[in-house]
Design a protein around this ligand. Sequence first.
Ligand code: NDP
Length: 246
Amino acid sequence: MTDSENPTTQSPSPAPRSVLVTGGSRGIGRAIAEAFLANGDHVAVTSRKGGAPEGALDLVCDITDPAAVEEAYAAAEAAHGPVEVLVANAGITKDTLVLRMSEEDFTSVIDTNLTASFRLAKRASKGMLRLRRGRIIFISSVVGLMGNPGQVNYAASKAGLVGMARSLARELGSRGITANVVAPGFVDTEMTAVLTEEQQKAITDRVPLGRYASPDEVASAVTWLADAGYVTGAVIPVDGGLGMGH
Ligand code: NDP
């Protein structure tokens, strides 16, 4: 069988691909959207407040609301065709020590970071199964693999994405669909800007490369995964060595 006859070994289709990035209005998601735009892809971006980079379709959508996700997905498909690359990036933190962590602190982080990622991946897989190709990429965190005091909720949500990606990889692989995880370390965005200088120094002291990542450095791992035809179920660390490959 030649490569062109076998959909499971086909290289990804060339740009323009239809790409959907959640949480693409700022930080890591924005850098990811910009990297796909620079590649010539058609990009739709979701966020609650709106504000996509120039050239992207700006969709206001709270990913915790199933009807809003369906509406945003339909709008992306109407504009750009079936989504071939889904980047589930939107995420939140609600840090506090376990004894002070309320049920609401826990479930709201799980709802946004994990349940909404399931909702998006499920919706994406419909079109990808028809296309017989697709890329599902979850943005997790080094914290999901290593744990972190004050982040029981966040770490649980990010660890959950690894099991989700690996199960999707097994379920959908025979149809040419890959599911992978990018696990950034600490990245210079609004999410980490809330940390005190002392907390930031304590982090960089533990990072072999001695600094935070730039959002672009995370984006380049994502675009690489979108091009990779034979990588699935993988966790790609972009953490300056903090997790030593985990
Ligand atoms: P930011 O807080 O800078 O941006 C988060 C993005 O997600 C925004 O576009 C925000 O837009 C959107 N968002 C948040 N909640 C929702 C929601 N319910 N529905 C739709 N959009 C939402 O975060 P970062 O760029 O720092 O982080 C991006 C991802 O990377 C997250 O999943 C985070 O956990 C992960 N990560 C970040 C690290 C870091 O050091 N910064 C390290 C490791 C992982 P709006 O507010 O308008 O909804």
